[in-house]
Design a protein around this ligand. Structure first.
Ligand code: UDP
Length: 484
């Protein structure tokens, strides 16, 4: 008997490792568990080592094809030198549309379904042009999605800046959002990136559904609110599919020998991993204070050290992993720090094999910027966190982790200096690593680890969600055929 034809998915990732990593993992799941064929289209940020390594790892074993789109010419796009990371991503995506169309046309056969990630909502019309179903993958959590989808309403109803509101922002059925937790594009309503954000929010529901990188049990209430009439009827056309946690598989072999030997020698759950994602940086003053805090805590640590920020906290987003000499950052550490902490600390310049470190049994805490991928990687390994948000939707994530999910503590910022002081850092590192509260956070993280594993396994909620998405896709393909 002839085998049924496989559905061919075209997935488009926005620039940046925080997008590329989960989009590739989604593609792999579709192929490995749901009999799709998949091609991931990638818009490289910079030809970085880290990006190349992630693309290479997607091909071993080769489950899917990866097509790198040529970097768009941004010279006529009117981006100023101070353009925010979000604006640069929006413009890169916009300008890459012709290249994506050509790349699709060059495929051996037309795709049956289009999946674009967060910054790709403007590509949904290409799905319509091709007459195929189209979905949006949001590589973040349900609370963020609720805020995003509700932002056009907030835009109409709230007067003045969100950050100046005296009451939290209400979202139907969800925990309200404190003004200080709004996502970066909502910080200044006169900025172009705010208009883009609200416009995106209006475009995302044009898809045939939304795929979200969480699992049902992690955010059951917020997901229920999103599936409610008030959201579904008015805002979202198609279903919301919870398909996470999509995290990279652990490949212990890629940890360097020196680091692996060091980790192997440390007691179980005794090391705090300190890292701020693919682009996070901090001021020189904050960097020094963090060093003091780690040293005072007398706890073991691995620190992915980056040069201090010159302007923004996402300062190295566009060049991290290019082999930037992280060693230069050493000069910003307090004098003698490296010598005094040589028995308890391990400093890695600029970039690390994060999932491999988090999965090592010696690691017992993660001081993180709360990027959603880092968050999922921590939870998937049962590691509690110190939530230290820097940019994008990370303040929202930090509140979610510390006040709702219960796997993190959050440092208090010194109002006078707008930095986190060394005593606070010392206290929180000790809280997570040795205090009773830390044990409770770890127990919660472990529970979530097993709940995440169940969700991803055959028959689990995220597995089933992708089955439903496939059925929906097949049904839409039939409708489209019938209509022609
Ligand atoms: N990452 C890594 N090594 C590093 C820094 C980051 O492997 O030194 C990976 C990390 O594991 C995660 C991704 O890069 O998968 C960063 O995504 P996230 O959403 O956490 O933050 P972003 O960098 O997008 O702010």
């Amino acid at each position: 008997m002839e085998k049924p034809k496989k559905l061919r998915a075209a997935l488009l990732s926005s620039p940046g490792l925080g997008h590329l990593i989960p989009v590739i993992e989604l593609g792999k799941r579709l192929v490995a568990d749901h009999s799709f064929e998949a091609t991931v289209f990638v818009l490289p940020l910079q030809a970085s080592r880290a990006e190349a390594e992630i693309i290479e790892s997607a091909m071993a074993p080769k489950l899917l094809d990866v097509v790198e789109l040529p970097p768009p010419d941004l010279s006529a796009a009117g981006l100023g030198p101070d353009a925010s990371m979000a604006m640069r991503l929006v413009v890169m995506m916009r300008e890459a549309r012709p290249a994506f169309r050509s790349a699709l046309a060059a495929m051996e056969a037309q795709p049956d379904v289009l999946i674009v990630d967060l910054f790709g909502a403007e590509y949904l019309c290409i799905g319509d042009e091709l007459g195929i179903p189209k979905y949006v993958f949001v590589p973040s959590n349900a609370w963020f999605l609720a805020l995003l989808l509700h932002s056009p309403t907030l835009d109409k109803e709230v007067k003045g800046e969100y950050v100046d509101q005296t009451e939290p922002l209400k979202i139907p059925g969800c925990k309200p959002v404190r003004p200080e937790d709004v996502v970066d594009p909502m910080l200044d309503r006169s900025d172009q990136q705010y208009r883009e954000f609200v416009q995106h929010a209006g475009e995302i529901p044009m898809g045939d559904g939304i795929l979200l990188n969480v699992w049902e049990d992690l955010q059951a209430e917020t997901l229920a609110a999103l599936k409610n009439e008030e959201f579904l009827g008015r805002v979202v056309n198609g279903p919301i599919y919870t398909v996470g946690p999509l995290t990279r598989p652990v490949r212990p072999a890629i940890l360097g020998k020196e680091l692996l030997d060091w980790l192997d020698k440390q007691p179980s759950e005794s090391v705090m991993f300190v890292s701020f994602g693919s682009g996070g940086t901090m001021s020189a003053e904050q960097l020094a204070e963090l060093a003091w805090g780690l040293e005072l805590s007398q706890q073991r640590f691995i620190w992915v050290l980056r040069q201090p920020a010159v302007k923004s906290l996402d300062g190295s987003f566009f060049d991290v992993g290019k082999g930037v000499a992280g060693d230069e950052a050493l000069s910003f550490l307090p004098s003698g720090f490296k010598t005094r902490t040589r028995d308890i600390g391990f400093i890695l310049p600029s970039w690390a094999s994060q999932v491999e470190i988090l999965s090592h049994p010696s690691v017992g805490g993660f001081l993180s910027h709360c990027g959603w991928n880092s968050t999922l990687e921590s939870i998937a390994n049962g590691v509690p966190m110190i939530a230290w948000p820097l940019y994008a939707e990370q303040r929202l994530n930090a509140t979610l982790l510390s006040e709702e999910i219960g796997v993190a503590v959050r440092p208090k910022v010194l109002p006078s200096k707008k930095i986190v002081g060394r005593e606070e850092i010392e206290k929180l590192v000790r809280t997570v690593m040795v205090e009773e509260e830390g044990h409770a956070l770890r127990a919660r993280a472990r529970d979530l680890k097993s709940s995440a594993q169940k969700a991803m396994a055959r028959g689990g909620s995220s597995y089933e969600s992708l089955c439903k998405m496939k059925e929906d896709c097949q049904m839409r393909i039939r409708w489209i055929k019938q209509a022609h």
